[in-house]
Design a protein around this ligand. Structure first.
Ligand code: GAL
Length: 697
């Protein structure tokens, strides 16, 4: 009997796992990607709803998106609900053949709620209670808030969980406090509980945090306060900070997972559940929101912060932004992704707010498509006439009826998508030459948090460091996956591990095995300096990776921002400025680069070791311009016998479902080299700025 129970349990677990692994089945493969946009019935006169919703359908949209900020209209008084307006809106969507993404309105608790329970509000690092008036001001650590959220989510789930028009659910909206950390009494208390669960005894915490240093030891968990730089004369304890970031990420993830579990009790199996997060927004960690069907992101590229490529780049954004987001979100739990918000044109909240370059919105839509996106949703249908986002474009102009630039470009793309769908071959498989170029970049959020707090040099920027490897890979035409340690590295010919500061022996062994099995591993500076709790090793500095990379010592140096030093690599000089490590090669290790100046002139900067079919490359330098990193990867790909493309910065080629998609983010025309048998479906081989080409061969 026991045996059968065991077999059944194993079967069930593997079935569940299978389901948890990919959420492909939620989307019709023949559609490839569907299109939607945000609509706020509660912000417009009821007499206009039908006109607007009909217009969306006429334009060719597949779905609309409701209610993520509508708590006040759904529950105007404590426990009194009004779904009539939302019912009517869903009915109108049904009438015109649009599907609906329904949202939980947790980011905007109504005024009556925060008035009645002011302790649900977050408190910032200066002790100021953040008040009703915008959004995302309630504490995930407040049980009272969570109870109210549970109630409204249950009501919504009961009402729309069986509605055929609703295809899926978005939990909250950009769950975060937009950069504010919560120091409320609720958060303090929950942080202590989190620490108690982790450490069990206060002695363990004191040991891990190194509290003997400056007499920081605690007698009891109750004495601990959230580390707040405003309360401390010098820099806080790094281990307390790391734990606090982990706690915050767990807190927001549990808030999202909890809503997911409520929805699951009531909604149809074919309604999916997701949330929309802002990529790289600390301390939010989508990997922890692991009960969702998949993840989606929000992205605005033209906000007066990114000059892109060339003279008009500030109107298009950079070519790697959406690519990096696609490659990251595709690897979060669920293994598929959608883009919940994409910029519709000019926005209101940038540093300055330029017009988008004609064609850019369509370019971004193709970029989302090229990464495998299942859906893309424009933020938003109508430009608001009142409220906080007055100058923010919609698909439609301020008169409510005339198409805006975004509307025109969406229509063009949706029309073109029909042609693409007609040419879709379900059996298409990634061509061998593309597959061979594949690379994975290993990303661990603990590393990011640790280096954010202890950058060591003000010039350190983890994201920029990672991009110095990502960008050349894209210019090679390599498909890239941004993965965490839960992934099997074996399927990628090249694995890049940038600045992986925190690790354990087990991870080092996995890397060794990867190389022994023929993988090409690239580790970069800062890797392996600390254990998982951020302690330096009681060994030589970064010693756990010495054997793997072939060094017997490692020392690092920094430069002032206006001074560049040189590295000799393959007979050429490259500049570096941010971070440089001096290495001592051991036997059988090649020196690929040496320092050309400073008192350590001649010492090794980059090492390379062959192991059977595989190899390990260690790049001890972080340059400024990325030229050295590019040259290193180029050499590695050549040596590994992998053919690559040679695309200029700003031009990207991706392969998806049998289609090659070429995108030009540069300010010049670009001529795409096509194979002679290429069948062009969209565009032509000369791509103008913001131009797109889709071909098959
Ligand atoms: C997003 C947000 C939306 C809207 C938009 C405006 O970050 O999720 O609700 O405010 O920005 O660009």
């Amino acid at each position: 009997m026991k045996k059968y129970i065991l077999i059944i349990t194993v079967l069930l677990t593997s079935l569940l796992k299978l389901e948890a692994q990919s959420s492909e089945h939620f989307f019709d493969p023949d559609k490839l990607m569907i299109f939607g946009n945000y609509y706020y019935p509660e912000q417009w006169d009821e007499s206009q709803w039908e006109r607007d919703i009909k217009k969306m359908a006429d334009m060719g949209f597949d779905f609309t998106h409701f209610a993520e900020f509508a708590w006040g209209d759904l529950e105007p008084e404590d426990g009194k609900y009004d779904f009539s307006w939302l019912d009517k809106s869903v009915e109108l969507a049904t009438k015109y053949g649009l599907k609906v993404i329904m949202c939980t309105p947790s980011p905007t608790p109504p005024a009556w709620l925060t008035e009645k329970h002011p302790d649900v509000l977050i408190v910032n690092d200066q002790g100021i209670t953040i008040q009703h008036g915008t959004r995302q001001h309630a504490s995930w650590s407040s049980d009272v808030y969570r109870q109210y959220v549970k109630r409204i989510v249950t009501e919504l789930a009961k009402r729309y969980g069986k509605n055929e028009t609703v295809i899926g659910w978005q939990i909250d909206n950009e769950p975060s406090h937009y950069g504010v950390y919560d120091y409320s009494t609720n958060a303090q208390q929950k942080y202590r509980t989190w620490l108690r669960n982790k450490y069990d005894r206060i002695e363990n915490l004191n040991e891990t945090w190194g509290n003997a240093f400056w007499s920081q030891s605690y007698n009891d968990f109750e004495q601990i306060r959230i580390p707040n730089q405003r309360e401390l004369p010098v820099k806080a304890n790094p281990h307390a900070i790391l734990d606090f970031r982990r706690f915050c990420a767990d807190e927001v993830a549990s808030f999202v997972n909890e809503q997911n579990d409520i929805l699951r009790q009531y909604v149809n199996k074919n309604q999916w559940i997701t949330t929309n997060t802002m990529p790289n927004h600390h301390p939010v960690d989508p990997n922890r929101m692991d009960r969702l069907d998949f993840h989606s992101y929000t992205r605005y590229l033209v906000t007066g912060t990114d000059n892109g490529h060339g003279d008009q780049g500030f109107r298009m954004g950079s070519s790697f932004v959406l690519g990096f987001n696609n490659d990251t979100y595709r690897n979060y739990p669920g293994k598929i992704y959608g883009v919940m918000e994409l910029q519709p044109g000019q926005v209101n909240w940038g540093n300055y707010n330029p017009q988008t370059y004609p064609g850019s919105i369509r370019l971004w839509l193709y970029h989302v498509f090229s990464g495998g996106g299942k859906f893309v949703c424009s933020y938003r249908f109508r430009q608001p006439l009142k409220g906080s986002e007055q100058y923010h474009y919609g698909m439609i102009r301020t008169d409510g009826v005339t198409l805006n630039v975004g509307g025109e470009e969406y229509i063009q793309m949706m029309e073109e998508m029909k042609h693409i769908r007609r040419n879709f071959d379900k059996k298409a498989e990634m061509p061998e030459d593309v597959k061979r170029r594949k690379a994975a970049i290993l990303y661990g959020i603990d590393n990011d948090w640790e280096m954010l707090f202890q950058p060591q040099t003000f010039q350190w920027n983890t994201q920029q460091h990672i991009l110095r490897y990502y960008k050349p890979l894209k210019s090679f035409g390599a498909p890239v996956e941004i993965v965490d340690e839960n992934h099997d590295f074996g399927e990628y010919p090249v694995l890049i591990v940038p600045a992986y500061q925190l690790l354990d022996e087990k991870l080092v062994s996995r890397w060794k095995m990867y190389v022994e099995q023929g993988g090409h591993l690239v580790l970069t500076c800062r890797t392996g300096q600390k254990n998982r709790e951020g302690h330096l090793w009681e060994k030589r500095f970064a010693q756990p990776i010495y054997d793997l990379i072939g060094t017997s010592s490692l020392v690092f140096d920094h430069l002032p921002s206006d001074k560049w030093s040189k590295v000799n690599f393959d007979g050429k000089e490259f500049l570096w400025n941010n971070w440089g490590e001096m290495l001592t090669p051991t036997e059988n290790t090649d020196v690929w680069a040496t320092y050309a100046d400073q008192f350590y002139k001649g010492s090794a900067a980059i090492l390379h070791k062959k192991e059977g079919e595989g190899s390990v490359t260690y790049v001890g330098v972080d340059s400024d311009d990325g030229k050295l990193e590019r040259a290193v990867l180029r050499k590695l790909y050549k040596q590994a016998g992998i053919n690559i493309l040679d695309l200029p910065d700003g031009v990207t080629v991706e392969w998806r479902d049998g289609f090659y998609i070429g995108l030009n983010y540069t300010s010049e025309n670009y001529t795409m080299q096509l194979p002679p048998d290429a069948e062009i479906l969209i565009g032509k081989s000369v791509l103008s700025p913001a131009g797109v080409i889709v071909w098959k061969h």
